[in-house]
Design a protein around this ligand. Structure first.
Ligand code: F0G
Length: 458
């Protein structure tokens, strides 16, 4: 059966709902400008009867018989993202081979029972962040449509991932980053992998506006890789599949994720909507999306202004007013968690849909909470970058408020590797600012045996 018969793109606005072929390259509905989903006619597809189906791939992973797709933590679930024409088109580098870690030491620090706190280490992806889950899908689509140049705006991780996949797929990669807004770990990756790196005078929101402008004109021949690209989100659904897989296909009570441009939480919502529709899962976990205080648009819109998905007819006026007020005051997002320093999250409508479906909540955490929880994860887990720790800081808040109880099962998504932003870590331990609760500065010692032994407490 031709791929056009089983997979298509559809506008998420229920009053429009226009459909497009998967062969088209779009980042918004041509008719009304809303976001697009990738949808499937499941009845015509070989959908597994139970999630256990995917376990047979464990034995074939990476062998020739089943091909390279099983080696990927995204594509071993390929029946749940069947938009590609044939497996040979898949662009993969072994992304998504990440782990769900039971973090009992951290659970104790958080006042939770053993076995209840789980950390999903997406920093263990090849480029060091969860973005690889989405890039593999978007690059597969880019190859399908014969894209010659791919580009994104980024706070750093998207650009690192894009640059890595562009090199792999031998497609020209271009990244727009805000001047001075990107951590060195991430910048070094984009440069090393050979992407054309444009440092725009402005922040992420400015970069995204520009790249959308550039890619909107077909003359420029740019395939846009930001999370407005619905194919990217298809790959990011797999983070949820892996959490289920690690738990013998049982849902936890909660999924907690940092919110920036809101692609990840949107993808999680879609994953569970589909699993439910396919009868592959009964229990839907609740979703908590955590903003940084200085980049809190979702929390403002959802928890303060009470905007709800409302079947797709959400209150756009309130959101437009908020953005107009931001424009008026020349508001810029500002947080130490540079990865989520975003004030106009493009996936806001899809995030509202995910919150609706997963009975979700939002919260915001300040920079001190983020830094202290990053240090806690480093000490009692094994590290993540500041933005990722927003999930754990948000968990603390929700425990304090008794929204989450200490014996509920909670999976926090650690979106990026600790080494992405070593400056933040070093600053925490030896910076000139106020000492953190877990600051552990190096001890200067003379090159003298007695002095060394004394310093060691011997
Ligand atoms: N955590 C990390 C480490 C990120 O890099 C990002 C986003 C997020 C969380 C937020 O995820 O956008 O799906 O809500 N980074 C983007 C980038 C914006 O350009 O690398 P989201």
């Amino acid at each position: 059966m031709a791929i056009q018969d089983t997979a298509f793109q559809q506008c998420i606005n229920p009053d429009c709902a226009r459909t497009y072929s998967v062969d088209e390259t779009l980042v918004a509905c041509r008719a009304c400008g809303s976001l697009l989903d990738i949808l499937y006619d499941w009845k015509k597809l070989p959908v597994p009867k139970s999630l256990n189906f995917f376990e047979h791939r464990w034995s074939t992973k990476g062998t020739e018989s089943e091909g390279r797709a099983d080696f990927s933590g995204v594509w071993r679930f390929r029946e749940l993202l069947p938009f590609y024409r044939d497996e040979s088109q898949i662009v993969t580098i072994g992304e998504g081979r990440t782990v769900l870690q039971q973090a009992d030491l951290l659970a104790r620090q958080m006042g939770m029972k053993p076995g209840k706190l789980l950390l999903q280490y997406e920093g263990l992806n090849p480029s060091g962040s969860f973005k690889d889950n989405g890039m593999t899908a978007a690059f597969t689509h880019a190859r399908m449509v014969g894209a010659g140049k791919v580009a994104c705006a980024s706070t750093g991780n998207t650009s690192a991932s894009l640059a890595m996949f562009a090199a792999l797929a031998e497609i020209r990669g271009i990244v727009f980053i805000g001047s001075g807004k990107i951590s060195f770990g991430k910048l070094s990756q984009a440069l090393d992998y050979g992407a054309l790196t444009l440092q725009i005078h402005g922040d992420f929101d400015d970069c995204l506006r520009r790249i959308r402008e550039v890619s909107a004109d077909p003359k420029n021949g740019i395939y846009l890789m930001n999370s407005v690209n619905p194919f990217r989100l298809e790959g990011q659904k797999s983070i949820m599949y892996r959490i289920l897989e690690a738990r013998d296909w049982r849902s936890p009570d909660w999924i907690i994720v940092p919110g920036g441009n809101l692609g990840n939480c949107s993808a999680f919502g879609k994953a569970f909507m589909e699993l439910k529709e396919l009868g592959l899962i009964k229990k839907i976990p609740r979703l908590a999306v955590i903003n940084a205080k200085g980049a809190n648009t979702l929390d403002e819109v959802y928890s303060r202004q009470n905007v709800r998905w409302n079947g797709g007819r959400y209150d756009q006026t309130t959101i437009q007013k908020l953005y107009a007020a931001m424009d008026e005051s020349n508001y810029k997002a500002h947080t130490v968690a540079s990865a989520i320093e975003i004030s106009r999250p493009v996936n806001l409508p899809k995030a509202l849909r995910a919150l609706d479906f997963m009975n979700g909540v939002t919260r915001q955490v300040d920079d001190t909470e983020i830094l202290e929880h990053r240090a806690l994860v480093a000490r009692y887990g094994f590290g993540c970058e500041p933005a990722s720790a927003a999930s754990v800081a948000g968990l603390r808040k929700l425990l304090d408020e008794q929204v989450i109880s200490p014996d509920e099962e909670v999976a926090c998504i650690l979106t990026g590797h600790e080494l992405k932003d070593p400056n933040a870590t070093v600053e925490y331990h030896i910076g000139a600012g106020p000492k953190g609760k877990l600051s552990n500065p190096p001890v200067p010692v003379e090159d003298d045996l007695n002095a060394i032994l004394k310093a060691m407490g011997a």
